[in-house]
Write a protein of this length. Structure first.
Length: 64
């Protein structure tokens, strides 16, 4: 379970970096900008889900 927790934390960090890059990139067209913004939004949702999983795994680890 410890490996999963560390992988989740690494994934969250990687997705946070990607999300920031997507948000601050100057896109060449409006259409690409919309797709980039949608990706940024969906990555934010994934990060939120990972935060919940990380909290749960950490709480389970404390109970052991």
């Amino acid at each position: 379970m410890e490996e999963v927790l560390e992988a989740c934390k690494k994934g969250r960090e990687d997705m946070t970096n990607l999300s920031s890059r997507l948000l601050y990139t100057k896109w060449p067209t409006t259409a690409v900008n919309i797709v980039g913004n949608n990706a940024h939004y969906m990555i934010g949702k994934a990060i939120h889900a990972l935060n919940g999983l990380i909290s749960t795994l950490e709480a389970m680890g404390k109970e052991e």
